[in-house]
Design a protein around this ligand. Structure first.
Ligand SMILES: *Cc1c(COP(=O)(O)O)cnc(C)c1O
Length: 387
């Protein structure tokens, strides 16, 4: 089922056995990435085979890390629609504007992709207790897949997280821990507990497989655009698994011979109250300094410091992309406009991509006839209006 061959450190390129439980590189503490035998895959796997497959992310199973079908957990995640946003596009003078609507995933966000993969692979490797620090969406997604696998789930979320996130985790059977602090504080506490009780941590990029789930967004863009990638992708960035994952997917697709070398310019959007990536990008830094006193209503973007910062920054530069920070009131206004014009109740993070596009149009960094994809990463339903 899978051409997975080994894991490689994104920083020092040390190799690790993919069939043992791995977290970070033991030499430099940076993320490990899954490597596949793309040579053999390109000879044996044809993209036409996709036509007969179910509309979920396991349609790309050859380049996903789970080896045996019985461990491939599914709730119907992935293969979300991509809409040509005619009315919204027209209102801002764009002819080829698209929205990839990730709110249709199980548990209402694209976190389902990453957690589907991380939990499935953990299940295959014999793990039965998982833990995650989360702003909310990752916790719900992990709880859902842990429930499917019959695993015990522990989640650590900020006590300021909107109530629906907590309610969802409880309904799905997770043990919920409310933390007085940000996701980085949740991360520290979750790690201490994980070490103590031997729970497996599935924090962003601290295990190798969430990114494998997220990369399927890149495969889908290929497939849905008939193997001609768009010109610009605007992505609301927290830990960055989506950016890193899609870029990895494009490399893999090219090695398979399914796409040519045309790459989208990748744009990272964050909130003005927590913008370590735009700051580091515009300063020309290799790593991002942690953001002090982070705050934004777009909970998924409230990540003051990300382990994958250096990978994201490299991708933004390699792709000739850029990074934009948006004020909370601007992103909320854009969220409402995206929702009204396109019939999608977008999340604030999704709204931020529209606001970023408007900045880039004004700067003429984006041309009105370019093919631009906005990611609506989750549903607006989980954010109560008083926030
Ligand atoms: C987690 C999250 C993000 C950020 O995603 P990363 O891949 O971690 O950068 C954006 N939007 C929503 C709704 C999220 O839950």
């Amino acid at each position: 089922m899978s051409y997975l061959s080994y894991l490689e450190c994104a920083n020092c390129t040390s190799r690790y056995n993919a069939d043992e439980i791995q977290t970070l590189c033991t030499k430099c503490q940076r993320p490990l990435l899954a490597c596949y035998d793309l040579e053999t895959a390109s000879q044996e796997w044809d993209r036409d085979s996709l036509q007969e497959r179910a509309p979920n992310l396991w349609r790309y199973r050859e380049l996903l890390p789970v080896r045996k079908r019985e461990f491939a957990l599914t709730l119907g995640e992935g293969f979300t629609p991509i809409f040509h946003a005619h009315r919204l596009g027209e209102s801002i003078g764009m002819s080829h504007l698209f929205i990839k609507d990730e709110s249709l995933n199980p548990t209402g966000s694209f976190k389902a992709r990453g957690l589907c993969m991380a939990v499935s692979r953990a299940y295959e490797l014999g793990i039965n207790e998982v833990v995650v620090p989360s702003a909310g969406n990752a916790a719900g997604a992990m709880a859902a897949y842990a429930a499917v696998a019959g695993m015990k789930a522990h989640v650590f979320i900020p006590e300021t997280a909107p109530y629906p996130f907590r309610q969802e985790c409880e309904a799905l059977g997770a043990e919920v821990n409310l933390i007085d602090g940000l996701i980085t504080d949740c991360g520290k506490i979750a790690k201490a507990k994980a070490d103590k009780y031997n729970w497996f941590p599935v924090s962003t990029l601290k295990e190798p497989y969430r990114i494998e789930g997220k990369k399927t967004m890149g495969y889908e863009l290929g497939e849905q655009f008939n193997w001609k990638l768009p010109d610009v992708i605007i992505y609301p960035t927290g830990g960055g698994t989506g950016l890193v994952g899609m870029w990895k997917a494009f490399d893999e697709l090219e090695k398979l011979g399914w796409i040519d070398s045309h790459r989208p310019r990748m744009v990272s959007v964050q909130a003005e109250g927590c913008a370590p990536i735009p700051r580091a990008f515009h300063n020309g830094d290799t790593f991002a300094q942690p953001w002090q006193e982070a705050h934004t209503i777009a909970a998924g973007l409230c990540v003051p410091s990300a382990v994958g910062d250096f990978i994201m920054l490299k991708i933004l530069r390699e792709s000739k992309g850029t990074a934009v920070a948006i004020a909370d009131d601007t992103l909320v206004e854009a969220q409402m406009r995206m929702s009204r014009k396109e019939g999608i109740f977008a999340c604030p993070e999704g709204g931020a991509t529209l606001a970023a596009l408007e900045v880039l149009l004004k700067n003429q960094w984006v041309k009105p006839d370019e093919r631009v994809v906005l990611f609506n990463t989750g549903t607006g339903l989980k954010y109560p209006s008083e926030t």
